[in-house]
Design a protein around this ligand. Structure first.
Ligand code: FMN
Length: 222
């Protein structure tokens, strides 16, 4: 491959784009966030990075709690709107006709219409430059029963989640395989190792799973 080199830039993709709720049941707000991720498996820990001038920043400082609400295709317009309007001037729950749900472990409301809500409590924050990184423990995860199958596994395919890549939103793509599939003897015997195994012909021939990607705790040690 012939490469061009760009100056250092945040071109990591794809990213989740989530609707983060902050505040409490009385004074609450929703901020759209793409700078988010898992930072530790045990204990479960995540981060969000938020600019200091956001209205939500002060609420995060005040309560030390937030909820990450997954964005579905049907929530995307609300998610985008919450990312270009400030809670200083708008009641985002009311204007987006979203319902506040009661979280189990934090005082921040969750978004009822979002199928997965991650309840978080901040344990540290870092001023990194443009953004403050809020590092948080995951205290609870609320999952809509409609996306949980009989074995208690989350069926992510049912959630119709949205990805974000540099200003553009995308629907989740095709299911390609399960964690560790490329190292399974049966798979290697049939398709070979590495990139040869992922040629488009083997992909179309390969039996696809129903889209199940994990159980409630993910089921995969990482
Ligand atoms: C797709 C998308 C992703 C965003 N990601 C972030 C982010 O990671 N951190 C951040 O501080 N702002 C992010 N923003 C901008 C805020 O959501 C936006 O400034 C919002 O209006 C702030 O709301 P607030 O003033 O009510 O807190 C994002 C906006 C969009 C549309």
């Amino acid at each position: 491959m012939s490469k061009i080199t760009l100056k250092g830039a945040n071109l990591l993709a794809p990213l989740p784009v989530v609707m983060v709720t902050v505040g409490d049941m009385v004074q609450s707000n929703i901020i759209t966030v793409a700078w988010t991720g898992i930072v530790c498996s045990v204990p479960p820990r995540v981060y969000i990075s938020v600019r200091e001038d956001r209205y939500s920043h002060a609420l995060l400082d005040k309560t030390g709690e937030f909820v990450i609400n997954f964005t579905t295709e049907s929530l995307l317009a609300a998610c985008d709107w919450c990312g270009v309007r400030s809670g200083r001037d708008h009641d985002k729950f009311a204007e987006m006709k979203l319902n506040k749900g009661k979280a189990q472990k934090v005082s921040v409301p969750l978004i009822e219409e979002s199928p997965i809500n991650i309840e978080c409590r901040v344990f540290d924050k870092l001023s990194l430059g443009s953004h403050t990184m809020f590092l948080a423990d995951v205290l609870a995860v609320d999952v809509d029963e409609s996306v949980v199958d009989g074995d208690g596994a989350i069926d992510y395919a049912k959630c119709r989640l949205v990805d974000y890549m540099h200003g553009e939103y995308y629907a989740q793509g095709r299911h390609l395989g399960r964690f560790g599939f490329a190292a399974q003897k049966k798979y290697i015997a049939r398709y070979g190792k590495g990139k040869d195994a992922m040629s488009s012909s083997s992909l179309t021939r390969r039996k696809r799973s129903a889209g199940r990607t994990g159980n409630i705790s993910d089921g995969v040690k990482k």
